[in-house]
Design a protein around this ligand. Structure first.
Ligand code: AMP
Length: 416
């Protein structure tokens, strides 16, 4: 069946079809026609729901309309929280735009790498800019681009933009944009601060809610395995070998753990690599590419680094350390079972983190059976009272302060 969305141009429907999209995902079916119609949209959609194409298609359609400008003017701006997501979103827009009559020039801008190539890339203008807010502002300050022709603004993963402390930069970017524009706002959660940001940007936005990942079961099989904290690496090694898992994404709480566990697995003959914010951008890009190519079987990652990773049909995600919040849990398991593919999400729960996992279950309105693996039956006693998982830096509602984060950064330990 050809890919179809009401109002979508045949050329773009063909482009989506060529990427292997046969049918619109729920968020595409709900949000894209509204966006094509010119509405401001506030969309609640998880990573993995197909949200990138949900805004990339109307964005490209808008660029096909109206007179062509020489030199090019930046008519569409997509703001994202991380470098990886910037690269990924840029790639989707380029792929979809490739066959169009007016092939748009897409510039992808993010920090952590030299600014000069990005300044060069902006010579002659760019139709679409995909950027993290800090680097975008730097480039504006260098007069490398202007934002006064932006007709369409997309905020992707707005909740993460705020989580990562980009509120001030966002405010400054918004100030540089023409007031008359279309706004598309995507967020996995619409917490009060996210809603407040949406309110500052949009009036009369249409709210669209894609079905939550948890509701998409059984696309993602969620398993919970009880194990002693000190035996998690051993159990991980056992499961990877026993189950023959490949392309396993393992979430840990700290950069140190990513290094340490990866090294232990590697020493035992498993191709495991760490992936975290201490690696240079070049090293991160390379490891990710190698993981996608199948050179690494296991990637040990922190939440921050994992944001934006898009690997089709990632089969297994493991919570070696539990996430801090139910929202982070949904983000993590959303790395598997993407766009309808089935996937497996395994959480290790030890005595000290059982209460915390119960909290996640409660917030997610779910209750998962606990399993034990022969030879790895837990011996530790359940910890009293505290619901804080080891090494995760607190539970939601008790987030570390800015000072805590700076201290953590200084000690090179937790990632967030
Ligand atoms: P996203 O939520 O944008 O990160 O997309 C998650 C994954 O779903 C990506 O690998 C996309 O290529 C894929 N995808 C997006 N839309 C569709 C679709 N309509 N049909 C099949 N796969 C899709």
């Amino acid at each position: 069946m050809p890919f179809a969305i009401p109002g979508l141009s045949p050329a773009l429907a063909r482009a989506a079809h060529q990427l292997g999209f046969e049918q619109a995902t729920p968020i595409q079916a709900l949000a894209t026609p509204l966006a094509i119609g010119g509405a401001d949209v506030l969309a609640c959609a998880q990573t993995g729901s197909g949200k990138t194409a949900a805004f990339a298609l109307p964005l490209l359609q808008r660029l096909q309309e109206g007179p062509a400008h020489t030199p090019r003017r930046t008519r569409a701006l997509v703001l994202v929280p991380t470098r990886e997501l910037a690269a990924q979103v840029g790639e989707v827009i380029r792929s979809l735009g490739q066959q169009l009559e007016r092939r748009p020039k897409v510039a992808v801008l993010f920090g952590g790498v030299s600014i000069n190539p990005q300044m060069l890339a902006l010579r002659g203008g760019a139709d679409v800019v995909v950027a993290t807010p800090g680097r975008l502002l730097d480039l504006v300050a260098h007069n490398a681009l202007r934002l006064d022709s932006v007709e369409l603004l997309v905020l992707d993963e707005a909740d993460r933009l705020l989580d990562l402390g980009f509120a001030e930069e966002l405010r400054r970017v918004l100030w540089l944009l023409p007031p008359r524009r279309q706004n598309l706002f995507f967020s996995a959660t619409i917490a009060p601060e996210v809603q407040a940001l949406a309110d500052t940007m949009m009036r009369d936005a249409v709210r669209v809610d894609a079905p939550a990942i948890a509701a998409n079961e059984p696309a993602i099989l969620q398993r919970v395995i009880q194990v002693d904290e000190t035996r998690r690496t051993e159990l991980l090694r056992h499961l990877i070998k026993d189950q023959g898992w490949e392309q396993v994404l393992v979430f840990v709480a700290t950069r140190y753990a990513a290094q340490h566990v990866a090294w232990k697995l590697y020493k035992s003959g498993i191709f495991a690599a760490p992936f975290h914010g201490d690696l240079s951008q070049g090293a991160r890009t390379q490891v990710l590419q190698e993981f996608k190519n199948g050179q690494w079987d296991v990637l040990l990652t922190t939440d921050l680094a994992a944001r934006g990773i898009d690997i089709a049909q990632l089969p297994v995600v493991i919570n070696y350390d539990l996430p801090r919040s139910a929202v982070a849990y949904v983000h993590r398991i959303g790395r598997t079972g993407r766009a309808g593919q089935s996937g497996l999400a395994v959480s290790f729960v030890c005595a000290a983190s059982e209460a915390h996992f119960c909290l996640i279950e409660k917030r997610q309105h779910m209750s998962l059976p606990r399993e034990q693996i022969a030879g790895f039956e837990p011996m530790e006693q359940e910890a009293p009272a505290s619901a804080e998982p080891p090494g995760t830096g607190g539970i939601k509602g008790k987030r570390p302060s800015k000072k805590d984060k700076l201290r953590a950064q200084a000690s090179g330990k937790p990632e967030r």
